[in-house]
Design a protein around this ligand. Structure first.
Ligand code: HXC
Length: 516
């Protein structure tokens, strides 16, 4: 082709026109709000020079009210590239064009990329900065959102879907993220709400700021909608890249192996001293995790929400595991509504994507109380139970200390399909804690005793020695082995290696009916 000729000139002119949409002036608009542009975010996300854009020249359908004049690309950049050498698809909304709002063409571009990600088995990442359904396009934008939601659900459990909120996500813009596997937010510059502060004021006459209604802090700590919160956009995107390093590209693959060079048979004497002598004293379960996993590194999910349970990814001998650990430091590690929901969803993600589960257990039981019972602890706790029962990936539990009552059953006991259950010598396994047990079993004796407190203490100790210890469970085969805490890492690596070819027959059914 003659590069001086008409055809090539037209081609170049179109390219120039498209570049104008990405001018310094539009960039400045975003930068002044502490935000990056849609294309700068893409550059940070992908390995250098690997991003390929598609649908650059589609034009907007929005011409109503003279607001949008055939805008190229219609306010969203879509395409694919490599992240640490692995294929991923992206859509990145451009707030500088009609507030990143979703019109029919914008929606069709996203739907196209969703379809491509699904059929090629690659993760889909949405960089969201949007005022929601494009008002000018009415029902067409609602139809567009509906199509995106439908595809989100079809892709669920087949390819990982990650939503990164990098500005407003209002109205329809929140429901796609809620259907995806992980939501990232950037502190102070991202917001998620179904109806914004103006509507809240109008309908309820309540004053609330963007931040208070749906800022990253609220969704990271209170609602649990967001799984990861970072201080700025650069770190948020680094977080996405890091998360992808732990997970496979689709449900047919295993997570990527990364040689961590950590010693498999590392003997950790410090683990013998983590659990305090006093059974009522708290400790930080993250100290245990650090001493067990490769190089002490893990990626915590939902760090600020329901802190009485830890969930996150780490590696053992270079292979990804998903960890669920009770956190004795917060609410004594009890299971409440939020902790149950948080862990259940994580277990289902890991199960869908071939990520083995490690459970570190120290839980006195479900959290008692009117709020919990009236809030539906029964059905939310059942979610956790359901998620464990359903999981077919390798599942290993280590009971560090308390394992009482329903919590014993729920936290991946062998009886609900846990493959290996280990216990430290400090484990207390029984129907209930010693104090509660003796109060019921010895009610009469305690009522008649002169020194009630002393008798109760002695009986509790007797109960601990004779019943609430790991050897009774080991004796009956409910615990496979009581282990020296110092060799926990070695035992786990060998257990997960033994389970590598685990296969579970699952009967045909449309789907189970998890208690929602
Ligand atoms: C069309 C929109 C828009 C929208 C913003 N803009 N939202 N255009 N449709 N939904 C345009 C504005 O007109 C403006 O255009 C530009 O984007 C920037 O908006 P500002 O308001 O100036 O920015 P800011 O002050 O940062 O506020 C951002 C915002 C606010 C919080 C997102 O714009 C807002 O509240 N928008 C409406 C949110 C909303 O209610 N969406 C519809 C939800 S209903 P100019 O030309 O001035 O630059 C919905 C239904 C789907 O989504 C439900 C599915 C389940």
């Amino acid at each position: 082709m003659d590069i001086e000729g008409k055809y090539f000139k037209d081609f170049l002119a179109r390219g120039e026109k498209q570049k104008n949409h990405r001018s310094e002036k539009t960039a400045e608009k975003q930068h002044s709000k502490g935000k990056l542009t849609a294309w700068e975010r893409i550059e940070l996300l992908f390995d250098e020079g690997t991003f390929e854009e598609i649908d650059k020249f589609v034009t907007s359908a929005s011409v109503d009210f003279g607001k949008a004049d055939k805008i190229l690309g219609d306010g969203v950049i879509t395409g694919h590239g490599k992240i640490s050498g692995r294929l991923a698809f992206v859509f990145s909304q451009d707030f500088t064009i009609m507030g990143g709002s979703l019109g029919s063409v914008h929606a069709a571009k996203i739907a196209k990329i969703q379809d491509m990600a699904l059929k090629t088995g690659a993760p889909l990442i949405g960089l969201i900065d949007s005022g929601g359904a494009r008002i000018q396009e009415g029902v067409q934008s609602l139809a567009g959102y509906s199509g995106i939601f439908f595809r989100n659900v079809k892709s669920s459990g087949v390819i990982p879907q990650i939503s990164v909120i990098m500005g407003p996500a209002a109205g329809g813009a929140v429901y796609s993220p809620a259907l995806t596997d992980f939501v990232f937010m950037t502190d102070k510059t991202s917001y998620m709400f179904v109806t914004g502060p103006n509507v809240v004021k109008e309908v309820l006459n309540e004053d609330v700021s963007f931040e208070e209604l749906g800022g990253a802090s609220i969704h990271g700590k209170k609602s649990g909608v967001s799984h990861f919160v970072y201080d700025d956009e650069e770190n948020t995107i680094k977080g996405v890249r890091r998360l992808l390093s732990y997970i496979p590209s689709n449900n047919m693959e295993h997570p990527p192996f990364i040689d961590t060079f950590d010693v498999e048979g590392r003997f950790e004497e410090k683990l013998r001293d983590v659990v305090p002598d006093d059974p009522n004293k708290p400790y930080d379960v993250k100290d245990v995790i650090r001493l067990i996993v490769d190089n002490g590194r893990y990626m915590e999910v939902s760090e600020g929400f329901a802190q009485n349970i830890f969930i996150g990814f780490a590696r053992l001998a270079g292979k990804t595991i998903g960890i669920i650990a009770n956190q004795p430091k917060v609410l004594a590690g009890t299971l409440d509504i939020n902790a149950s929901m948080k862990a259940a969803r994580f277990i289902r993600f890991c199960d869908a994507y071939n990520i083995p589960l490690l459970v570190l257990e120290d839980v006195p039981g479900f959290l008692p109380g009117i709020n919990q019972e009236h809030g539906g602890l029964i059905k939310h706790g059942a979610k956790l139970l359901y998620a464990f029962c359903e999981a077919v990936v390798p599942r290993v539990t280590v009971i560090l200390r308390k394992s009482y009552g329903g919590a014993y059953c729920v936290m991946n006991s062998k009886n609900i399909g846990g493959d290996f259950n280990f216990a430290w010598p400090t484990a207390e396994i029984a129907v209930m804690g010693p104090e509660g047990a003796v109060a019921i079993l010895y009610k009469k004796e305690l009522d008649e005793a002169e020194d009630k407190a002393k008798l109760k203490k002695d009986l509790a100790q007797k109960y601990r020695n004779e019943i609430a210890n790991p050897y009774v469970a080991e004796d009956k085969g409910y615990i496979d082995e009581v282990i020296d805490p110092a060799v926990t890492r070695t035992k786990l690596i060998s257990a997960f290696q033994a389970l590598e070819n685990k296969h579970v027959y699952v009967p045909d059914r449309r789907h189970g009916n998890i208690p929602l």
